[in-house]
Design a protein around this ligand. Structure first.
Ligand SMILES: [Zn+2]
Length: 65
């Protein structure tokens, strides 16, 4: 499977987890919904804070930055 995103994620500023996911806002396409299910991206929904670009993949953290 091809990775949709080439950027390597920055580590989470809160817990230092390196596996941050790109945070995508708006109504997801089918492709984006699949990527989110696979954990490649995080869906921000039709959002509040669109300045965040990444979401920590650690469930207990979930920090958006
Ligand atoms: Zn984190």
């Amino acid at each position: 499977m091809t990775n949709l995103f080439d950027d390597s994620p920055p580590p989470c500023p809160v817990c230092s987890d390196p596996g941050s996911r790109p945070l995508i806002f708006g109504v997801p396409s089918d492709e984006m919904a699949v990527a989110a299910r696979l954990g490649d991206i995080a869906l921000g929904g039709v959002a509040d804070d669109v300045s965040a670009q990444w979401m920590c993949s650690v469930e207990q953290c979930g920090f958006r930055f």
